[in-house]
Design a binder for this molecule. Structure first.
Ligand code: NAD
Ligand code: TYD
Length: 333
């Protein structure tokens, strides 16, 4: 099969491509990535000979059309996106350009060039949040109620994919997963940021009172789920989760323990402008296909900490001037 993966130099994308080459080396993989601050071509250094790598922007209609025309893809997996909520409050424009217009461009080309299946990688954030004491879990059929520019742009992309694929032969799969963590994640997201701080013996900045809850899934579990759906899922929307939402403070307490540090390494900072309280998903639909998340939070955190310890240079490379300017904007405004 000929498979296009966009955003493959990012966090989930590079884990996904490594997984695909291990599990299905017989397929033919093309990747497209614009290499924004979050994308790193070196994430694919060990496998680059096995890939057709295109440095390009998914919003670029001409370049994308030439690629679709030439390659005759069977499957397109769209992971390219602007992904960080805090950045979306600073400047929402790239979020709408890439996540909405870029996705629209790809789905139109997928229809025009008779791609069989389009997999749109979405997020649990499109449902909006729940009260901290709620035991509700969002179902795939629930209405969307996103709250920040990032999640709004992702919800718009989901709705456009659903609308534009309707009545066509294109098989559309939308995956909505909870927060991922693991190797190759840019250190602006909570877990790699916290690991980076602890490795440098610095405190971790916690927004608000730290009671906000997330359901952390180890990236390889999400990648396995995407692969399963890409190959065997009936078209439709699928939630993907680990299944145990915990507060940011609980998560960080576990992380601190693995560094033999105590709560004095937590510093409470100004809250996010709009900070979703709790995300939780009903995963019975994907479970009915035989999928469940295998890696416990304890195991996943250990693997992640070990990976960053063994790849300190990954964190160092990221800490350029732009990264430091960004941190100043978020934490000192
Ligand atoms: P990431 O920010 O690590 O990587 C995004 C990648 O997309 C980067 O390599 C970047 O260079 C590329 N990109 C950005 N704009 C582009 C453009 N216009 N054209 C081509 N490439 C472009 O993101 P991630 O965490 O790997 O997330 C991947 C997907 O999964 C996203 O769609 C995101 O919304 C979704 N998702 C992520 C999480 C999570 O916890 N990380 C959870 C649920 C869903
Ligand atoms: P993040 O990793 O940015 O993912 P998302 O906002 O998509 O869930 O943040 C996870 C949680 O951690 C979220 O509740 C915000 C919080 N957080 C902090 O408390 N401090 C930080 O420095 C960051 C980056 C996030």
């Amino acid at each position: 099969m000929k498979i296009l993966v966009t955003g493959a130099c990012g966090f989930i994308g590079s884990n996904f491509i490594h997984y695909l080459l291990d599990s299905h080396p017989e397929d033919n993989y093309t990747i497209v990535d614009k290499l924004t601050y979050a994308g790193d071509i070196h994430n694919l250094d060990d496998i680059k000979e096995k890939l057709d790598i295109r440095i390009a922007d998914i919003t670029d209609e001409k370049t994308m059309e030439e690629l679709f025309y030439k390659k005759d893809f069977d499957i397109v997996v769209n992971m390219a996106a602007e992904t960080h909520v805090d950045r979306s409050f600073i400047d929402e424009e790239p979020f709408f350009r890439t996540n909405v217009l870029g996705t629209t461009n790809l789905i139109k080309l997928a229809k025009k060039y008779h791609v069989r299946r389009f997999v749109q990688i979405s997020t649990d954030e499109v449902y909006g949040d729940l009260a901290l004491d709620s035991d509700y879990r969002y179902k795939e059929t629930d209405r969307l109620a996103p709250s920040n520019p990032y999640s709004i742009s992702k919800a718009m992309a989901d709705l456009l994919c659903l609308s534009l694929s309707k009545g066509s032969e294109l098989e559309l799969i939308i995956t909505r997963s909870t927060n991922n963590y693991g190797p190759y994640q840019y250190p602006e997201k909570l877990i790699p940021l916290a690991i980076d701080r602890l490795l440098s013996d610095k405190k971790i900045p916690v927004y608000g009172d730290g009671r906000n809850m997330r359901d952390w899934i180890y990236v390889l579990d999400n990648v396995r789920a995407i692969d399963l759906l890409m190959r065997k899922g009936t078209p439709g929307i699928y939630n993907i989760a680990y299944g145990h939402p915990i507060s940011n403070l609980e998560l960080l307490t576990d992380l601190l323990r693995s560094f033999d540090k105590d709560e004095s390494y937590i510093t409470f900072v100004k809250d996010r402008k709009v900070h979703d309280l709790r995300y939780a998903l009903d995963v019975s639909k994907i479970e009915s296909l035989g999928f469940d998340a295998k890696i416990t939070l304890k195991e996943g955190l250990k693997k992640t900490v070990d990976w960053y310890k063994a790849h300190r240079s990954y964190l160092e490379v990221k800490k350029d001037r732009a990264y430091n300017d960004y941190l100043k904007k978020v934490y000192e405004e």
